[in-house]
Write a protein that binds this ligand. Structure first.
Ligand code: UDP
Length: 240
């Protein structure tokens, strides 16, 4: 099921249902483009036509932020739960580890990426990491695209932030035969241990965003989109 919030069609079922959907896609070698979106990204799509076109081409838009769930409530629509991108990524890695599926990582600083890879190898000893590359690379040489074409990973996790990661996926997915391509933002920073996720209590109170702002006050600029998002949601509700 899908629910439209502003201009984006969000996956509205549970994380378990989403995982089953993705596992079926992996089994069928079905190319899939996953965007993990929050209120800020929904607002960005509203103001940027190119990005909106890219997002419309995605197969799954995951409600990564609590703002999206609240927005749905305001419009009397129902999204079952927030699905944090990092949790989805970890669940897919667990599945890949268990089923010997191939994984590729692209993004973040080289040191972060290396730390993440060693953490993953410790925890998931059978994980078949077929390749990886840091995210500060000029893509015009198609090096990574060619690597993905040759290695044919089942999952390609891209951590370059929005919109860079989604622009890249949108371009590359057209050139390959298979793969679940997922934009994961700052997730490599978290798995590497460089950035801590909010403690469970904060997560349960839906205050993960506040914890992030307090840990990295520079991020405050990102949340100015939130009140504007709420206004747009209310405006849209009047037009439904
Ligand atoms: N990044 C990258 N290449 C770039 C710009 C950013 O690999 O050219 C990485 C950056 O190192 C970080 C991630 O992209 O690991 C972006 O994280 P951010 O927290 O900004 O993403 P969000 O989760 O907010 O979308």
């Amino acid at each position: 099921m899908r629910v439209k919030i502003l201009d984006l069609e969000f996956f509205s079922d549970s994380k378990q249902e989403l995982l089953e959907d993705i596992f079926t896609r992996v089994k069928n070698n079905q190319k899939t483009f996953i965007i993990t979106a929050n209120a800020e990204i929904a607002m960005y799509a509203r103001s940027n036509k190119d990005y909106l076109e890219i997002a419309k081409g995605a197969d799954l838009i995951v409600p990564d932020g609590i703002g999206i769930i609240k927005g749905a409530k305001i419009q009397k629509k129902h999204i079952k739960e927030r699905i944090p991108g990092i949790e989805l990524m970890i669940n897919l890695i667990e599945h890949a580890n268990y089923n010997n599926e191939k994984v590729y990582f692209y993004g973040a600083k080289e040191e972060t990426l290396n730390k993440m890879i060693s953490n993953l190898k410790l925890k998931y000893s059978s994980l078949n990491i077929v390749g990886y590359h840091h995210g500060y690379h000029d893509d015009s040489d198609n090096k990574i695209t060619n690597e993905i074409k040759t290695l044919k990973p089942d999952y390609i996790f891209v951590a370059k932030g929005c919109p860079l990661q989604d622009d890249w996926i949108n371009k590359v997915i057209k050139e390959v035969d298979k793969g679940i391509f997922m934009g994961v933002g700052g997730s490599f920073d978290v798995i590497s241990g460089n950035v801590k996720r909010a403690p469970k209590v904060w997560q349960n109170l839906n205050l993960e965003w506040l914890y992030r702002v307090l840990s990295d006050p520079k991020r405050i600029n990102r949340y100015v989109a939130l009140p504007k998002f709420v206004l747009e949601v209310i405006k849209d509700r009047r037009n439904i």
